[in-house]
Design a protein around this ligand. Structure first.
Ligand SMILES: C[S@@+](CC[C@H](N)C(=O)[O-])C[C@H]1O[C@@H](n2cnc3c(N)ncnc32)[C@H](O)[C@@H]1O
Length: 420
């Protein structure tokens, strides 16, 4: 067992072991998931008012009912009762889905695959408290299921928490471009490591509070990466003609793509439903978004000082939905739908649920009703979550099924999947 007891010590050690340069992806993985020390593996819960952020199920209890309607349509069509949720957070979405299934008398077997022991406990406590009768229908997996899965897989804000590689576009001369990968070096080594190139000294960490002993360091990419990055650039430039500026930061979601590939290999029939904030590639990698989308969350404030306080703050990126869909298609899945959160929730009847609830209340004037309406407004509004968040349905063996969540406002055609 390692004698190093703090996450900063572990990261420093890892930088040294990696000959002075550690890729950002590895840093992000440690900051979020280092056993017992990472942001998601520590004792503190990041969710809710006392944590760092809230996700949609905490904004309205009806959110999970809409998701459940989509899930049940697929389960009924394929004759399965299995739902597998990845990274179930504080368990709220699971509880809402189970509640809806119970209300419509549709038995489901709900599985959760969660990386954090602390969150498993939180999920178990919630199910015990809110849905005690359904406890036997919920189980926690320790690893991915065996191939041959039939049912619905659900990943709600999971892709955004997967570590990314960072690349920097450098315009050397008029039309010549060089690609660098961004990583970390220890500050004392910054002047002494010529292998990492000149940018190491100029892209110093925005360290802020805490002053970590590392800083950003950019290293020339090997040619195979340059080819992939140039291909991404030219596919995006088919939508806009402008070149990427000098210093443009590109987030490459290698782990997320590998994960989709492995889930595709396990899914025999059913749906993988992905929900997250993000865009198609040509919107994601806009020249104007030159600093990428990587951000921190702490105590309900977003920030950009990603190197500070590893394990103490959330790190997340937006999702490149074009890349996700492309990998899924290459892995034999079909793209069964892609739309904004607002569309999905309207398609699955959020407003009907709200109206029915209002009837039981008698009027919309109570404090409770105003709060309920505010939640619906936040989920649907373009200025809040309605447009930035997307639902993507990746299916196998669902060819003739018209998914209720995507009946109107499907934007699959905007993903720019052709030609690629
Ligand atoms: C932003 S939180 C979202 C939690 C919850 N789904 C929600 O929306 O409130 C991201 C979650 O994804 C989980 N996660 C990341 N990678 C995962 C993986 N490969 N398998 C399962 N869960 C994963 C993290 O542990 C974390 O709980």
């Amino acid at each position: 067992m390692s004698k190093l007891s703090s996450l900063p010590d572990l990261i420093q050690d890892e930088i040294q072991k990696a000959s002075g340069w550690l890729g950002f992806e590895r840093f992000m993985a440690m900051a979020l998931y280092a056993p017992g020390l990472g942001y998601y593996s520590g004792a503190r819960s990041p969710f809710g008012p006392a944590g760092d952020f809230v996700t949609a199920p905490a904004i309205s209890p009806w959110y999970g009912h809409c998701v459940a309607r989509q899930i049940i349509q697929v389960l009924d069509a394929i004759g399965s009762d299995t739902v597998l949720e990845f990274g179930a957070g504080d368990g709220r979405l699971a509880s809402q889905i189970l509640r809806h299934a119970q209300a419509v008398k549709r038995p489901i077997h709900y599985q959760i695959l969660e990386l954090s022991a602390g969150l498993i406990k939180q999920q178990q406590d919630r199910i015990k408290l809110e849905m005690p009768a359904l406890e036997p229908q919920v189980s926690w997996l320790e690893r991915l299921p065996a191939a041959g899965f039939r049912g619905v897989m659900l990943a709600h804000e999971v892709l955004d928490a997967m570590p990314v590689r960072l690349f920097v576009h450098r315009c050397v001369q008029q039309r010549e471009v060089q690609w660098y990968e961004r990583g970390l070096s220890l500050k004392a080594q910054a002047q002494a490591n010529p292998a990492t190139g000149p940018d190491e000294r100029t892209c110093g960490a925005q360290v802020g509070h805490g002053l970590p002993p590392w800083q950003f360091a950019d290293r020339l990419c090997d040619p195979s990466w340059s080819v992939r990055l140039e291909a991404l650039k030219s596919s995006c430039q088919q939508q806009w003609q402008e070149d990427w500026p000098d210093g443009m930061l590109i987030e490459w979601h290698e782990q997320a793509q590998a994960w989709i590939r492995s889930l595709a290999g396990l899914l025999e029939q059913g749906l993988l439903l992905l929900v997250d904030y993000g865009f198609p590639a040509h919107e994601y990698y806009l020249p104007q978004r030159e600093q990428g989308t990587l951000m921190t969350h702490r105590e309900h404030r977003a920030g950009t000082d990603v190197l500070a306080g590893p394990g103490q703050q959330d790190l997340s990126v937006h999702v490149d939905f074009t890349a996700i869909a492309r990998v899924a298609l290459q892995s034999g899945m079909s793209l069964s739908g892609y739309c904004s959160q607002a569309r999905f929730l309207m398609n699955t009847g959020l407003l009907d649920i709200a109206a029915q609830w209002a009837q039981t209340q008698g009027h919309w004037g109570s404090r409770q009703a105003v709060a309920a309406l505010a939640g619906v407004q936040k989920l649907l509004s373009e200025a809040e979550m309605g447009e930035l968040f997307k639902f993507m349905a990746l299916g196998r063996g669902l060819e003739n099924l018209d998914l209720i969540g995507f009946r109107q406002g499907d934007r699959s055609g905007r993903l720019g999947l052709e030609p690629c």
